[in-house]
Structures are given as C-alpha cells and as structure tokens.
Design a binder for this molecule. Structure first.
Ligand SMILES: Nc1ncnc2c1ncn2[C@@H]1O[C@H](COP(=O)(O)OP(=O)(O)OP(=O)(O)O)[C@@H](O)[C@H]1O
Ligand SMILES: [Mg+2]
Length: 250
C-alpha cells in the first residue's frame, strides 16, 4: 500500500475574481508533519479548508486518504460542556471507561489544566481554551490533523513547552499533520518539511526538509539553518538578524 495521505495536483482557488491559491502541487506522506508558512493573507487558512474538504478547489484535484480534523485559529469548544467533557468528546471511540478517564487525565496534564477539569470554557482565558481544543483534537482517532496556528494565543514559554510535548505525543502516536504557523521556530522544531508560500495568490516558493528526530533543540545547527533559510526565502533575514549575526557565507 502506498503511504501517500494527501496529494494536491495543480490546485488553484479563487473567491470571485480574487485569486488566492495558484497551481499548488504537493504530496504528503502518512505520518509526515508538514508546516506551512507564508505572509498574512496569502491563503494558508484557505488551503486548510480545501484540504479538509470544507471548500472544493476552483480547479485541480485533492486526494485524501482518511479522516481529517481541523483545529481552528479560534477555538471551537462546546460552551455548555466542561473542559473534561469537551476533551472526552474526542474519546467516544474508547469504550473502556477507566481507560477513557486515564486518557483525559493525561491530556489535562499535557495542557497543564489539571485543576480545571470541571470549568466551563467561558471561565478560561483564550490561551487555556486553545489548549483544551488541542487536547480534544489529540484525543480523537483522526488520521490527519489540520492545525491553523494552534499556539498563536499562547505566551512564548507555553508555546515552547507545548511544542516539545506535542513532539513527544507525535512520537508515541504518529499522525499526518499540516501545521499552518507564523512562528518559524515552531515550524523548524516540529516539521519534516516546511512549505514556504508566496504573497497571494499563494504559490510554493520553496520546500525545506529537516531530517532530524523530534523533540528538537532550538539551537541545533539544522534547526538554526532552517530558520535562516525560511527568513531568507521571505526576504526577512536582514530585517530580523543583523548581518553581524548571520553565518559567514562560504
Ligand atoms: N470566504 C471568503 N470569501 C472571500 N474571500 C476570502 C474568503 N476567505 C478568505 N478570503 C480571502 O482570501 C485571502 C486569503 O485568506 P486566508 O484566510 O486564507 O489567509 P491566511 O494566509 O490564512 O492569513 P492569516 O495568516 O492572516 O491567517 C484573503 O485575501 C481573504 O480576504
Ligand atoms: Mg489564516
């Protein structure tokens, strides 16, 4: 059996006369983590909507094997359910009551909300709600996770920690992940490949592979190199890192 999970062939999309996505070709393998980076408004969320099947592309074809689940920029928790109940929703397939309880507990520990099991979403901060949304998605049996900036509402330290723990969760239970992010460090620490998109209409400018086991240290030379490479692709290297800090060119 082929390990192909998702295949886009010459995919373009427009809203009316506004071209958003232009001739994308991309194949994603089973259990691969692919990060998508690109300027704001270039079409990243649109691309995830196409991948999830929410929106058919204007032209081209998208093949997908298995169920996909979207994790949105804004959380989509059920306000009438507690944190614990929201997470348990993702575990409906788990018939063993004790195992289900244990998994919910483990996920609550992962998102560091052990003391908030009985709270309702409106009693949490935005960042806490986003963590519950992530836990609920991870609880499910979904083959493909489509993540739209899942850590954007979190503070830097929490993001670093969750990235590390997410890497371990994916090691234990591999999945196919498409991670849209503005955070280039996050892309370099988590992804097997980083797809860099252009300004709208989004085209693929470059695909950067990172062959390194996870979790990855932020200061690992290959991670640092990938970050430089993405910044350079986006024309930002000089703006973000002064020339004095850039590696000498051979
Ligand atoms: N349903 C829609 N109808 C019309 N235009 C849309 C629709 N959804 C998105 N757009 C337009 O498509 C373009 C891409 O939007 P999209 O949300 O995909 O960008 P993005 O890369 O996710 O941006 P950000 O990084 O800010 O989240 C924007 O110009 C937006 O106005
Ligand atoms: Mg978006």
């Amino acid at each position: 059996m082929s390990d192909k999970r998702i295949e886009l062939q010459d995919v373009s999309h427009a809203f009316g006369t506004v071209e958003v996505i232009k001739s994308l070709n991309l194949t994603i393998s089973d259990h691969e983590i692919v990060a998508i980076v690109g300027p704001s408004g270039c079409g990243k969320t649109t691309l995830l909507n196409l991948l999830s099947g929410h929106e058919p592309p204007s032209s081209g074809s998208i093949q997908r094997v298995g169920k996909a689940r979207m994790i949105y920029q804004q959380d989509g928790l059920f306000p009438w359910l507690t944190v614990e109940e929201n997470i348990a929703l993702g575990l409906r397939h788990q018939k063993d009551e004790e195992a289900r309880r244990r998994q919910v507990r483990d996920l609550l520990t992962f998102i560091r909300l052990e003391g908030f099991a009985g709270h309702y979403p409106h009693q949490l901060s935005g960042g806490m709600r986003q963590r519950v949304e992530l836990a609920r998605a991870l609880a499910g049996e979904t083959d493909i996770l489509l993540m739209d900036e899942p850590f954007s509402a979190l503070d830097y330290i929490t993001r670093l920690r969750m990235r590390h723990e997410l890497a371990e969760i994916f090691n234990e239970r591999p999945r196919t992940v498409i991670l849209v992010t503005h955070d280039i460090e996050e892309a370099a620490q988590l992804a097997d490949r980083i797809v860099v998109l252009s300004e709208r209409p989004a085209r693929i400018i470059n695909v950067i592979p990172i062959r390194l086991p996870r979790p990855r240290n932020l200061t690992h030379p290959l991670v640092v190199e990938a970050i430089h490479c993405i910044l350079a692709q986006m024309g930002l290297e000089d703006a973000v890192i002064g020339p004095e800090l850039q590696p000498a060119k051979a």
